[in-house]
Design a protein around this ligand. Structure first.
Ligand SMILES: [Zn+2]
Length: 454
């Protein structure tokens, strides 16, 4: 008898809580979709600040923008956390031209982030390979003194385009050093994109210690095909490469942070974030202007609807994800030194595209809890709640107890924009972007109500 009364009571309260949760999530979506401000904030970041590579004047202006926007929402506190970042400048527009007996052409190339310059232009024959392994298998005399052209495409059969990117990424990160080990004087890569177009995509390269640093640039997918075809017709093809990019001493910039203090456990934190820096091409709209504006929007929504969180909810706009993850590393180190407990972190860094759910890097209990919330998100067409990648910036927070969540979006078009002049505000859809912010606010609310870390 007692047992059944308890059972009825428990079912009743669970039912009540689900009802309250669904009503709260409905009001979160209403505030986002009717009064949302993240798209306008993104417009200002993209158009008034523009692209903002870490170490640049524009990155400083982006920090000022972040402080100004969050102060405008009268959060409990808004501050910056010093972060030391690299300072690399692209210099003048790159030159990349070939001349052979059959044809000649100039391409719209971009230096890879961190690349050394060429001093004067270099002129060298080109050797094409499809992979790093193919390069390793070549005798040194075939490569020495040449420009290695890594013509490796992202795998079109991978429906998760992030996985396709991961599968081709090595040509950009390791290609230049691997080519230098064989005596190459320069490196060209096919852009990491699934699009068939004329946009060249940059991104960081990582020179290996003790290996000669050679200049490296990316060609668009169409230009990579043209160069490959030209090499078939005449393999004595001379390529002129002129890069004036340069690495300068590191400088201090910072993460920008805003928070709503917890009403029950102010010392425990739920982080929501994205990265404020971008590459120095396009406007850093999808990567990651959308993530930072969505993160700010989470706080704005919760505050506007009058929600009083139990835990401290903190938006972190990380500085320098793109070229060393200094913002994420510094943040994790500082909060550890301060003994701040983080119960969850949520990142949006897959573009402001249609949200599909959340990935989780966490334990079984957190996964079961996330999946138990699926019915609450179903009306908003979020269906994916699976183990998976969360985000680079929040990665260093990983420990045994924290749940790391990544907003999962429709990834098919993301690499059309990523790190290129095509990553502009006009290519972000207001509704898709806003739906992502609402989903993140919904998850923050649920974690705040039903703590997941223990
Ligand atoms: Zn990013």
């Amino acid at each position: 008898m007692k047992k059944s009364i308890l059972f009825i009571f428990l079912s009743f309260s669970i039912g009540m809580s689900a009802q309250t949760d669904s009503a709260m999530i409905a009001s979160i979506y209403q505030e986002a979709l009717v009064n949302g401000e993240c798209y306008e904030n993104l417009r200002v970041l993209c158009k008034d600040v523009g692209n903002r590579i870490a170490g640049s004047k524009n990155a400083e202006r982006a920090m000022e923008w972040g402080v100004r926007v969050m102060k405008g929402y009268a959060l409990d506190s808004v501050y910056t956390m010093p972060v030391e970042v690299p300072h690399w400048e692209r210099g003048k527009k790159e030159v990349g031209c070939y001349a052979s007996k059959k044809s000649n052409e100039c391409f719209d190339i971009v230096a890879l982030g961190g690349s050394v310059g060429t001093d004067n232009a270099i002129n060298a024959y080109v050797i094409e390979v499809k992979s790093i392994q193919q390069l390793r298998d070549l005798p040194e005399e075939k490569v020495k003194g040449k420009i290695v052209f890594f013509n490796k495409a992202m795998d079109p059969m991978l429906i998760n385009t992030g996985a396709a990117y991961g599968g081709a990424y090595d040509i950009r990160s390791d290609g230049p050093s691997e080519a230098a080990k064989k005596g190459a004087v320069g490196c060209l890569i096919r852009s990491l994109t699934l699009a068939d177009d004329k946009f060249a995509h940059t991104g960081g390269t990582q020179y290996q210690d003790g290996v000669t640093k050679i200049p490296a640039a990316a060609l668009s997918s169409v230009d990579a095909r043209l160069l490959s075809q030209a090499l078939v017709k005449d393999n004595e093809l001379l390529f002129t490469l002129h890069l004036t990019c340069k690495l300068f001493p590191r400088v201090m910039q910072g993460n920008v942070i805003g928070e709503i203090r917890g009403s029950v456990h102010p010392e425990k934190v739920i982080v929501v974030g994205g990265h404020l820096d971008s590459w120095d091409v396009g406007e850093g709209a999808h990567d990651d202007g959308t993530g930072v504006t969505q993160s700010i929007e989470v706080l704005r929504i919760l505050k506007t609807i009058g929600y009083k969180p139990k835990y401290t909810i903190r938006a972190v706009l990380f500085m320098n994800e793109e070229f060393g993850n200094d913002g994420g590393e510094t943040y994790a180190r500082v909060v550890k030194e301060m003994n701040e407990e983080h119960i969850a972190a949520i990142e949006s860094d897959g573009g402001g595209l249609t949200p599909q759910g959340f990935n989780l890097q966490g334990n079984e209990k957190q996964l079961a809890q996330l999946q138990s919330w699926a019915p609450l998100f179903e009306p908003y067409q979020l269906f994916r709640f699976k183990p998976g990648w969360s985000g680079v910036d929040i990665g260093p927070l990983k420990n045994d107890t924290i749940g790391l969540y990544g907003l999962s979006v429709d990834s098919q078009r993301y690499f059309d924009f990523h790190h290129s002049n095509n990553d502009i505000f006009e290519n972000v859809n207001k509704r898709e972007h806003t739906l992502g912010a609402a989903a993140m606010a919904g998850l923050v609310y649920l974690i705040d109500q039903h703590e997941t870390s223990k």
